[in-house]
Design a protein around this ligand. Structure first.
Ligand SMILES: Cc1cc2nc3c(=O)[nH]c(=O)nc-3n(C[C@H](O)[C@H](O)[C@H](O)COP(=O)(O)O)c2cc1C
Length: 197
């Protein structure tokens, strides 16, 4: 049988020898975190890895805000729970609206071609850097609407201090993992070599 799926040679669960590939393959979205602060030098290092991602014309049309203030995280969570109290009630682990993380990294981008791609590449750099440091992450789109559209959340969004013309794209939850989930399956059939002669 000829296998054309590009990743068909990889054994599920196998340990990669290349540390970059190992990091890519072993990263998971983490939604349970320990009650333990993330040192700021690590958060700064993660963000620095983010801004070293490739970006169109090196225009760097992004801004990054790191938040580890419990007052901010708990405050936004209160706003969320006032709107959706049932979420905490049905989730016994619920600590906060940022998938229970003690720190978040908020990424905003300007309007324009390729900015979403730039911001996404930055996000993966940050998630892999965090993972390599033993930290867990989860990319969050869910709380973006809350922060940008809820009147009650406005003081928190304003506190992020993004420049005029920038809008919040996503938030990364960051913390010390308290779970080790299995990999979510991927469809290797999405990847094909093209034979053309
Ligand atoms: C743009 C984007 C938005 C996401 N938003 C959320 C979210 O709001 N809540 C959440 O729990 N996970 C969110 N995720 C995480 C995905 O659910 C996760 O990456 C996917 O299920 C694959 O799992 P893995 O990251 O463990 O490989 C988001 C991921 C991306 C890239």
């Amino acid at each position: 049988m000829v296998c054309v799926a590009a990743s068909c040679g990889r054994q599920e669960g196998s340990k990669e020898e290349n540390p970059v590939i190992e990091a890519i393959m072993s990263r998971r979205s983490i939604r349970k975190y320990q009650d333990k602060a993330v040192p700021r030098d690590l958060l700064a290092k993660i963000a620095d890895c983010g801004i070293h991602a490739p970006n169109a014309r090196n225009a760097q049309r992004w801004e990054v805000r790191i938040v580890d203030s419990p007052a901010f995280i708990d405050g936004v969570t209160k706003v969320f729970l006032a709107e959706k109290p049932e979420v905490a009630a049905r989730n016994t682990f619920f600590k906060n609206v940022f998938r229970n993380a003690p720190a978040i990294i908020c990424v905003a981008g300007q309007e324009g071609n390729f900015v979403d791609i730039d911001c996404g590449l930055m996000g993966q750099n940050m998630m892999l850097a965090a993972h390599s440091l033993g930290l867990g992450t989860c990319c969050l789109g869910g709380p973006v609407d809350l922060l940008t559209k809820s009147e009650a959340a406005r003081p928190y969004y304003e506190a992020l201090g993004f420049s005029e013309g920038y809008s919040l794209k996503y938030i990364l939850a960051v913390g010390w993992p308290e779970e080790a989930p299995d990999a979510r399956p991927r469809d290797a059939g999405k990847v094909r070599f093209v034979e053309f002669e």
